[in-house]
Design a protein around this ligand. Sequence first.
Ligand code: M6R
Length: 345
Amino acid sequence: SLQGYESFMIKEIRESWGAVKDTISGLMEDSANLGKAVKALDKARRILIVAAGTSYHAGLIFATRLLRAGKTVIPIIASEHDTVKSGQDDVVLVISQSGETMDSLLALKDYKAQGSFIISLTNTLGNSISSYSNVSLHTRAGPEIGVAATKTFTSQVGALLLMSSLLLGENLDYLKEAENVVSSSFSKSIGYAEKIGIEISRKQSVYYLSKGIGVPMAMEGALKIKEIAYIHSEAYPAGESKHGPIALVERDFPVIFINTGEHVEELRNNLKEMESRKARAYVISAGVEIKSDTEVKEILVNVSDQRLAPLALAPPLQLIAYYAAKERGTNPDRPRNLAKTVTVR
Ligand code: M6R
C-alpha cells in the first residue's frame, strides 16, 4: 500500500538506500553463489552483459568499470543479441529486475544453447531467468510497484559495484558507506531536483550529458523523464554533443550535466559551449564540483569514495523525472503504453 505516500515512485525512491544496503549484505551472505559467479567472470574469455532498459544502464556501469581494468566486456541490448555470437569460454551476465523480460530470456536461451555459462542478477525469487541460469544472484530491493525502475536500479548498481570490486581485487570497505551516500544524496538534492523538474516540465526536449561512468547515468536520467513525464530527452557523452546534437541548442534549451567527479575539466569545457549558446544548464555533481564561472546552478552531493558516484547520482535523476511528471499532472506510477514487465518480444 501507499502508506501515506503520494505515489509508489516516491515511496520506492525513499526505499532505495535500504534496498542497496540489503542487496550488498544479502549478496555477501550468499557467498557461495557470489564466489561462483566471480570465479566464472574471472576466467571468462569475454563477458557478455545482456539486459533491457534500465537494467541495461546498470550493466553499462559494470561494463565501464571492467573495460577500464582491461577486461573484455560486451554490453548487449537483449533484443539485439543476434549481433553477437557467444562461445563456451564466454560468460553471460543477464540483468533483469523482474526476471521475466522476454527479450532477456530469449537472449539467455540462445547464449546457453551456444555453450556459454549464464549468471543472472534478478530481484525476485523463482523467476524464469534465474531458473535457466548456472548461477543466480539477487538484488534485495523488495517488490517494486511503480513501472519506472527506481530502487531496483540503485540496487543493481550496488550489486554490480560489489561484483566488479571482487573481480578487480579491490578492498570492499568503501561499500559500507553505500547506504549513507544514497540517503544523504536524496536529502541534499530533493529541493534542487524539484526545481529542475518543474522548470523542465514546460520544455519539449532536454539533453543529459556526462562522461565516462556518468554516461549510463545520463542515459538512465533521460529514460526516466521520457517514460514518466513524456518529455523528449536524449543522453550523450558530453564530448559527442558537438558532433551534431548541439545544433538544437538555443536560448533556454535545458541541458543537465551529470558529473561523477572524473573528467571535470572536460565537462567544464562542454558546459561553457552550452552556455555560450545560452542553454539553460544544470549541474549535478558527485564529490567534486565543476565550478563554472558563470551563473549556472550546481548541486554537489557527497561521496565518501568516487566509486560510489553512480549510487549518489541515482536519487536526483529519479527525482527530477518525478517532479516533472507531478508538475505535468501525469501519474508517475502508471506511464502510458508501458508495462512493468515486458513479456512480449
Ligand atoms: O525487469 P527488467 O529489469 O528485465 O526490465 C527491463 C526494462 O523493461 C525495464 O528496466 C524498463 O526499462 C524500466 N521499467 C524503465 O523504468
